[in-house]
Design a protein around this ligand. Structure first.
Ligand code: 13P
Length: 249
């Protein structure tokens, strides 16, 4: 059985002080939540504060991106080994905002994913179509290309460590959640791709999260779909009450 994973993507929000305050309030609210794995991904500079705050809890910390070289003259970049040494164990890769504003591609998703795996980080790899792509009936083709170029060339033992996040771009930060049925349909399609490439047993094991305007009000309906294994939450993960309500769905 796939254990649910509830991950918060804080994007470019919160200082170190705000990070500490969040966990003071959040940790007691999820103390008995053993039904799900819980991950928070703050901005790079606040990873140490988040790791320190969660040390004695089950909550784990992730980064929102990484560069694929271990070190070198790459001003402004942060590497996997640095993230791991800071105490994070997860990393989001290929978020649509990275693709949209920072020219990331399926090819660099592959490079980043390999780099993350090489240093022991668990990648959460994002895929998802834009509104124009959905309206043009291209959703499945977009997901297929993102999957095949971004992840398809991994070795099976590498792929076994991957979590996929299906985040339809039109649902991110818009308040427009995909219906549980629409999300589940995309998840089923992705699981079929995994099955074709890495075999049925792997497809049954891989966690596929849904992301895009997940809120306490809609998490129950989403999680009622057997295809949906958790959520990657933006806005609603910034508040301890709302994210704990999502974790404790
Ligand atoms: P929102 O939950 O704010 O729509 O963001 C989703 C997201 O991008 C998570 O990575």
């Amino acid at each position: 059985m796939r254990k649910p994973l509830m991950a918060g993507n804080w994007k470019m929000y919160k200082t170190a002080g705000e990070t500490k305050s969040f966990f003071e309030k959040f940790l007691p609210l999820v103390a008995v939540a053993t039904h799900a794995d819980v991950v928070i991904c703050p901005p790079f500079v606040n990873i140490p504060a988040a790791v320190e705050a969660t040390e004695t809890s089950r909550v784990e910390i992730g980064a929102q991106n990484l560069y694929w070289k271990n070190e070198g003259a790459y001003t402004g970049e942060v590497s996997g080994p640095m993230i791991f040494a800071a105490g994070a164990r997860w990393v989001i890769i290929g978020h649509s905002e990275r693709r949209q504003y920072f020219q990331e591609t399926d090819a660099t998703v592959f490079q980043r994913t390999q780099a993350a795996l090489a240093c022991g980080l668990n990648p959460i790899v994002c895929v998802g179509e834009t509104l124009a792509e959905r309206e043009a009936g291209a959703t499945e083709q977009v997901l297929k290309t993102q999957f095949e170029v971004g992840l398809g060339s991994l070795a099976p033992e590498q792929f076994a460590k991957i979590t996929i996040a299906y985040e339809p771009v039109w649902a991110i930060g818009t308040g427009k959640t995909a219906t549980p049925e629409t999300a589940a349909e995309a998840h089923r399609f992705l699981r079929g791709l995994i099955s074709a490439k890495f075999g049925h047993p792997q497809a049954v094991q891989t966690r596929i999260l849904y992301g895009g305007s997940v809120k306490p009000e809609n998490i129950k309906g989403l999680m009622a779909q057997p295809e949906i294994d958790g959520a990657l939450v933006g806005g609603a993960s910034l508040d301890a009450d709302s994210f704990s309500a999502i974790v404790n769905f």
